[in-house]
Design a protein around this ligand. Structure first.
Ligand SMILES: [Zn+2]
Length: 336
């Protein structure tokens, strides 16, 4: 079971198909000849802001036509960018819904080389075994629900052979293979995907075809950073995840820096690890968040280290603070 993954836009009346009107830079005369019109349309769309490799663009071309029986054309690039054009002023007898479905199937790879009923080369990309097939090269006036989608299921849709099967196209929602996918976000940041449909400013659940591969990017707010991914991803770089039952990811964000404040009671000093600071008797500095900092207490002459208070505990001279929040600690020295 498949249905198109439609590009929706939020309007006051709810989510609706994302439609727009485009005016091409070419003149009507330039667009009239059929031998160059489709290539011109195809190449013009990206420059007009419609170049997504995730979108098959359905274009209703309402300019003059020279050839009244060429109803439309459709093609895609390997990148995924595709155009299905319907020539509104041609083919007055054929329903535009049939033309749209036919051209969209072209953008989804129909009819592939290797299909047993593929037409000879002049009409390649079509099937020639049944005039009722939606991908037959010649359309009649019959409505969309009278058309058949690859009768026999052997040429372009739902077949068992190795050549392209439009049924598997990523542009179709596989209604019987839907899988929710949860991104849990903690702290100041959001998560986006390399595919439209996941752009989460806070924890979110989206639904995908099972086995969809998503490249997730963590987007920290200004002054913040990604601490780490967890769940299906680890580390703090990009996260590539395959949507499957039980697959989920979490992203932990934090302010890039946390303040560490160290105090001293009595006579002595505390030094922090790394390119550290010495606290005598008190200091405060910003440290990268979630990067542990070591503290070492050293008594002054005639004094001894007694214990820590605050984020450090115990009587050992050294202590490590995790810096998972603003932190303060105090070293207590007593007379020897
Ligand atoms: Zn065709």
């Amino acid at each position: 079971m498949r249905t198109p993954r439609n590009d929706l836009t939020q309007l006051s009346c709810g989510a609706q198909l994302d439609l727009t009107v485009l005016r091409l830079p070419q003149t009507s005369a330039q667009l009239t000849p059929e031998d160059s019109r489709f290539v011109t349309l195809f190449n013009a769309l990206p420059g007009l802001g419609f170049g997504s490799t995730f979108t098959k663009h359905l274009v209703y071309f309402d300019g003059p036509v020279a050839q009244a029986d060429l109803c439309g054309q459709g093609a895609s690039l390997a990148s995924g960018f595709g155009v299905a054009a319907i020539y509104v002023q041609a083919c007055s007898g054929a329903p535009s819904s049939v033309i749209a479905a036919h051209e969209l199937l072209h953008t989804l790879g129909a009819v592939p080389r290797g299909a047993p009923h593929r037409c000879p080369d002049a009409q390649g990309g079509h099937t020639c075994d049944s005039a009722s097939d939606l991908m037959h090269p010649f359309l009649d006036a019959s409505p969309l629900d009278a058309k058949l989608l690859d009768p026999g299921r052997d040429d372009y849709y739902g077949h068992a052979a190795a050549f392209t099967d439009s049924q598997d196209a990523a542009w179709l929602v596989q209604l019987d293979r839907q899988q929710p996918f949860t991104v849990t976000i903690s702290g100041p940041g959001g998560v986006t995907a390399d595919m439209p449909g996941l752009d989460c400013a806070q924890s979110c659940t989206t639904t995908w075809n099972t086995s969809t591969r998503l490249g997730l990017t963590a987007v920290p707010r200004p002054g913040a950073k990604l601490v780490r991914w967890s769940g299906a991803c680890t580390g703090a770089s990009t996260c590539v995840v395959t949507v499957a039952p039980g697959a989920a990811v979490s992203a932990l964000f934090a302010p890039a820096l946390y303040r560490l404040t160290v105090g001293v009671s009595g006579q002595g000093a505390v030094r922090t690890s790394g390119p550290g600071i010495t606290c005598r008797p008190r200091c405060s500095a910003a440290f990268p968040s979630f990067v542990p900092v070591g503290l070492t207490a050293t008594a002054a002459k005639g004094w001894r280290f007694r214990s820590w208070t605050g984020a450090c505990r115990g009587t050992k001279r050294t202590c490590t603070v995790p810096m998972t929040a603003a932190t303060s600690a105090r070293a207590v020295f007593a007379r020897a």
